[in-house]
Every structure is written in structure tokens, then in C-alpha cells.
Write a protein that binds this ligand. Structure first.
Ligand code: ADP
Length: 619
């Protein structure tokens, strides 16, 4: 007999399971059945692939028994089973990064946390929501010894050697008094039908039935007996005809494979026959998975070959920018004994992947057209994720671009197609401005020349935009241009002597605070603006650092200030004899331009003093 301590994260998790008022306790059964089904999948695959297991013959089967008197609920399977090492590793520590990520997100606020559980399958440990004690009796296929794992969810568990007939796992829940509804056959059958109807293996529930003894004509005695009855469909949902599957069935199937209580946003079920035979059932979730932006995100796709489960968590089945897709790929053209390495460079899988991506992108495009409300839900959660495809899925770039929606000067939620349709005849390019603050960007002086011409400009204010858009040269044969790179043909500097004097005056005031002061060709409403100096190495460096999210210690870039000499402020500066006032106003103009550029003002005390002096003179 050996006592073990749970890993800290598990203690936290158990504590929450037991004490939070989690509303949907039903999911514990779904999780245990899903584990049982995985265990059968694993053994089934081994009997096909591994000589050591080839002799094992078994009829996959999951059983549920209820013992009302001793308040026990028993779930058993004849899958792979576990030995003592497996028990410690699987039911004492958390290996899956997703689960760890989930626990990291827990806030300590029970209500919020239990909502999180709803979004996230937490597997075996959810049994403690309904059980005060859990026993796992298990024997690994091909091994002789059986073990029993016992815990009351209070920080430790025990493993003892035990006896069990066949391979597989039998989980006994000692049901809490307040959870006794789970000792009812009807309740259990309902839950199984709801969440586990399409588990590929039969689930049997032991039922109490009344049987009449027909052999004895005279007596015809009726007795209460226990009998196993299959309560699920046990057909792989995706193999059935679309027309025969109800929306309800699709939704429940999703909840099972995604371990989610949320409904999916929509699904795409495709059967392809011809040179390649395969079926895919993809789901787009309503909510982003918790690990969406973690480096160790987990794939929600399962690979089957001819209905035999091969693997899950395979990250290569779809490109990473579609990593939020959940579902199933089932191919009849792959050999069952493929190894992981072969899977990764497999031409058949590559082809399935290519057409799956096309299918998903085109279905998203369809959704955008016919149900903009739903599309917005999708876009809010995954819009930034699919942008990643712009730099790693070159072949589908225009298709991805078509799915994007932008803020713009003229209207929000605009697509590139719409933008193009609204372009002025003389406009030859699509313009965008990059930055962080939508409001600043929309009012940026740099946009004045675009506004003057009536050209719309896309406002790209998402972090990922600055990384991907510089790498996108065109959309549908129309160039995409950052506004800072645009110079219109009619932009010409007016060479006036008085302007030269004004420039000299300003240069003297700014000294080496600026790199250059010059006359703007594009400003109409603002007095001045800062333009990036792309020859400055620090400028390029700062861009790269910003893209990598390093916002501290950015290299300093001396600004180039462009002024609008026709602006009243500058006209007055040119004329004024009050040198003190001129200096104050000139410096305020520089600070203003910096603010518009999203830069900080270095010496805010000076700024305020200057401002006050000017105000005083104006009063
Ligand atoms: P998950 O199923 O998401 O991996 P769980 O906490 O539900 O997480 O289970 C942890 C691990 O315990 C499983 O990955 C599996 O290796 C093992 N396990 C759980 N239930 C069974 C079972 N019925 N038969 C064999 N192994 C199991």
C-alpha cells in the first residue's frame, strides 16, 4: 500500500470541484465515458499495430452499473487499462498543458471559475463533483497485475495491488448524498444519450426489469432481475448521411469531442469520394480555446482511419492559423499501421489538409455573406488568428484577406472587397494606417491628404496587423500601401522665400530635438506632423521591437517634423516678433505632433509651463 500526494495543481482543481457550486455536474459522466472510449481506442489500435497485442480479442464495451443500496455508480471499460506507474502519472499529475493553462486561469472566484470549467473539459477529476470517494480498479492489457487507486479528493491518493479479471478499468464513484440523482437509471440514460450517444462503442446500462417466467405456464411468476441494455447509438456520427443527422445530434457530438458545454458556432461536414476517400467533420467553436495564444496550444482534431481512432492532438492536420477548429478527419486511404513520422509527411494527408483548408475558408466566406451576426461572433474570437495565415499560407492569401474586416475612415466592419468597390476612379491603391489607438489613427494628420482626395483608409489597430500587413503586397491585384509610404503625384513643395525663413526660425528653436524640419505637401488641417524617417536604422529597429512586443527601451528616433505653412498658427509664427511666444508655440506644436504620433512627451513639466504661459498671453 502506498500513499501519494497529488500535484499542487490537482489539489487546487479538486478543491474547486468539490466546493464550488458548479451547475452542470452531469459532465462528469461524459468525461468518464470519453476516457473509457479513448482507452478502448488505444487498445484497438495496438491490436492492429503491435504484435505483442495481436492475440488479444475483445468486444469493445463500456458498462454502467448502479448500486442504489450502497450508493455506488460504476463505470467500466475493457480498454487498455493502467498499471501502477500509469496510475501515478495519469491520475496524480497533470501532464496536459491545456489543463495546466486552465488552472492558471482560475481566479479564486468560484462563480467565474465554475463557468470556466464549463468551457473546458477537466476529465477524470470531475468525478469528485458527485463522489466523495473514487476507486479505480484497473489492469493493463498484456500485464498480470491489477491495481486499485483510491482517493477522497482530499490531497492524497492510495494505490494498492488488487485483483481484476480482464483488462480495462472500472471506476467506482461513492456518490455524495446531495448527488443521489445520479443513482437513477433514467437520469444516467438521459445523460448518456445527451452527451455520449455517438461514442463509437456500445454503452450498456444495467437496468432493473420485471421478467415473467414463461416456462412455468401455471405460475407465470414476475421477478425483478438485472439486465444490461445498450443505451447509445454507438455509430460514429460522421459516417452517417448528413441528411439523417439532426442539428441537435451535431451539437451534442461537438460537446463530447470538444469537452465543452458550449454549443458550437457552426459545423462543416464533408464526405469526399473519388481518387481520395475521406470524411471530415469540422466545428468552429463559439469561444476561443483557452490555449489559443499559448505556444503549447493543443489541437482539437482527431484522426481516424476507416473509423479506427489513430490519434488526437496531431498539429499538422490543419495549418496553425486554423488551430481553433475542432473535429474529425477519417480517411480510408491510409494504412492502419502508419507511424507518427509517416503521418507527418504523408501525401494523402497533405491533400486532405489542402482541400480541408479550402473548404473551411469557403464556408467561412459563405457564413459572412449569409449570416453576418454569426460571422461577427466568429470574427471577434478568431479574426486575429486567421490573419496569421497571411504570412504562412501564401496560396490562400486572397481567400484569407476576403475574410478580414476592418475599421476604416468611412465605415467600420468593412471588407477589402467593399473597400475596393468604394474606391475613387483615380485611386489605384488600398491604403492603411498602422498603430494602436483607433481614435488617434483616425485623426492623424498623415491622413489629411487622403481625406482631401476622398480616399478611404483602413485603420489597422490590432497588434498582429503590424506584423502581417507589411508582408501583404496586394489584394486582388490592387497594391496595399501603408500611408506613410505614399506620395501622391500632385504633392509638390511650394518654394517660397518666406517659407525658407520660417523653416530657419523653427530649426533654430528646435535645435537637435528634431532631425529635420520641412514643408509638408500633404497637411491641410493640422499645423504639423511627424513623419517616420525610414532611413534611420533606429526606426527599423523600433518597428521590429514593437512587433516582438518589446515596448520598453525602444531606441530613440529623432523626429522629422513636417509643417503646414498655410496653417494660421504657422502664419502667425512667421510674422510674430514676440520671440518668447514664438518659441513656446513652436515647441507646443512639436509636442502636439508627437502626441498624434502616439509618442510620449518627454518633459511634461516644461510642456505644462509653456502651455500656461501661452494661455496667460491669450487671456
Ligand atoms: P484526459 O482524458 O483529458 O487526458 P483525464 O484527467 O480525464 O484527462 O485523464 C488522465 C489520463 O488518465 C488519461 O489521459 C488516460 O491516460 C488515463 N485514463 C483515464 N481514464 C482511463 C481509463 N478508463 N482507462 C485507461 N486510462 C485512463
Amino acid at each position: 500500500m502506498a500513499k501519494h500526494q497529488f500535484q499542487t495543481e490537482i489539489k487546487q482543481l479538486l478543491d474547486l470541484m468539490i466546493h464550488s457550486l458548479y451547475s452542470n455536474k452531469d459532465i462528469f459522466l461524459r468525461e468518464l465515458i470519453s476516457n473509457a472510449s479513448d482507452a478502448i481506442d488505444k487498445l484497438k489500435l495496438l491490436t492492429i499495430r503491435d504484435d505483442k497485442y495481436r492475440d488479444i480479442e475483445f468486444q469493445p464495451r463500456i458498462e454502467i452499473r448502479i448500486d442504489k443500496e450502497s450508493k455506488k455508480l460504476v463505470i467500466s471499460d475493457n480498454g487498455i487499462g493502467m498499471n501502477d506507474e500509469d496510475l501515478v502519472e495519469n491520475l496524480g499529475t497533470i501532464a496536459k498543458s491545456g489543463t495546466k493553462a486552465f488552472i492558471e486561469q482560475l481566479s479564486g472566484d468560484n462563480k467565474k471559475d465554475s463557468q470556466l470549467i464549463g468551457q473546458f473539459g477537466v476529465g477524470f477529476y470531475s468525478s469528485f463533483m458527485v463522489a466523495e470517494k473514487v476507486e479505480v480498479l484497473t489492469k493493463k492489457a498484456g500485464e498480470d497485475r491489477a491495481f486499485k487507486w483510491i482517493s477522497s479528493g482530499d490531497g492524497e491518493y492510495e494505490i494498492i495491488e488488487s485483483v481484476k479479471e480482464g483488462h480495462g478499468t472500472e471506476i467506482t464513484l461513492f456518490v455524495r448524498p446531495e448527488a443521489e440523482q445520479y443513482l437513477s437509471e433514467l437520469t444516467i440514460e438521459d445523460i448518456v444519450k445527451k452527451y455520449s450517444n455517438h461514442i463509437s462503442f456500445p454503452i450498456f446500462l444495467e437496468k432493473e426489469v420485471y421478467e415473467t417466467d414463461e416456462t412455468d405456464e401455471e405460475k407465470k411468476e414476475t421477478k425483478k432481475v438485472k439486465k444490461f441494455e445498450q443505451i447509445n447509438k454507438a455509430s460514429a456520427l460522421w459516417t452517417r448521411n448528413k441528411s439523417e443527422i439532426s442539428d441537435e445530434e451535431y451539437r451534442e457530438f461537438y460537446k463530447g469531442i470538444a469537452h465543452s458545454s458550449e454549443e458550437p458556432l457552426f459545423w462543416i461536414h464533408t464526405r469526399v469520394e473519388g481518387t481520395l476517400d475521406y470524411t471530415t467533420l469540422f466545428y468552429i467553436p463559439k469561444k476561443a480555446p483557452i490555449d489559443l495564444y499559448r505556444a503549447d496550444w493543443e489541437s482539437g482534431l482527431k484522426l481516424y482511419i476507416n473509423r479506427v481512432f489513430i490519434s488526437d492532438g496531431e498539429k499538422e492536420l490543419l495549418p496553425t492559423y486554423l488551430r481553433f477548429v475542432r473535429g474529425i478527419i477519417d480517411s480510408s486511404d491510409l494504412p492502419l499501421n502508419v507511424s507518427r513520422e509517416i503521418l507527418q509527411n504523408n501525401r494523402i494527408l497533405e491533400k486532405i489538409k489542402t482541400s480541408s483548408v479550402k473548404k473551411i475558408l469557403s464556408e467561412l466566406a459563405k457564413l459572412a455573406k449569409k449570416d453576418s451576426e454569426k460571422y461577427q461572433i466568429f470574427y471577434k474570437e478568431f479574426g486575429n488568428t486567421i490573419k496569421e495565415g497571411l504570412y504562412n499560407d501564401y496560396a490562400n492569401r486572397d481567400k484569407i484577406l476576403d475574410l478580414l474586416r476592418f475599421k476604416s475612415l468611412e465605415k467600420d466592419d468593412i471588407s477589402l472587397k467593399e473597400y475596393k468597390e468604394g474606391m475613387k476612379e483615380e485611386q489605384k491603391e488600398i491604403y492603411y494606417i498602422l498603430g494602436e489607438d483607433e481614435n488617434l489613427l483616425k485623426n492623424s494628420p498623415i491622413l489629411e491628404k487622403f481625406k482631401a482626395k476622398g480616399f478611404n483608409v483602413l485603420i489597422l489597430d490590432q497588434e498582429v496587423d503590424a506584423i502581417v500587413f507589411p508582408m501583404v503586397p496586394e489584394y486582388d491585384k490592387t497594391p496595399l500601401k501603408n500611408v506613410i509610404d505614399v506620395k501622391f503625384d500632385d504633392e509638390e513643395v511650394e518654394e517660397k522665400e518666406e517659407y525658407q525663413e520660417l523653416l530657419e526660425k523653427l530649426k533654430n528653436i528646435y535645435g537637435d530635438e528634431v532631425k529635420e524640419v520641412r514643408i509638408s505637401t500633404s497637411l491641410t488641417d493640422s499645423p504639423a506632423c511627424i513623419v517616420p524617417d525610414k532611413d534611420d536604422q533606429n526606426f527599423a529597429m523600433a518597428q521590429i521591437m514593437k512587433q516582438m512586443g518589446q515596448l520598453d527601451n525602444l531606441p530613440e528616433i529623432k523626429p522629422i517634423l513636417e509643417i503646414n505653412p498655410k496653417h494660421q498658427l504657422l502664419e502667425k509664427i512667421a510674422k510674430s516678433e514676440d520671440s518668447e511666444l514664438v518659441e513656446d508655440v513652436a515647441k507646443l506644436i512639436l509636442d502636439e505632433a508627437k502626441l498624434f504620433n502616439g509618442d510620449e512627451i518627454k518633459n511634461s513639466v516644461e510642456f505644462i509651463q509653456r502651455m500656461n504661459r501661452v494661455i496667460l498671453k491669450a487671456l
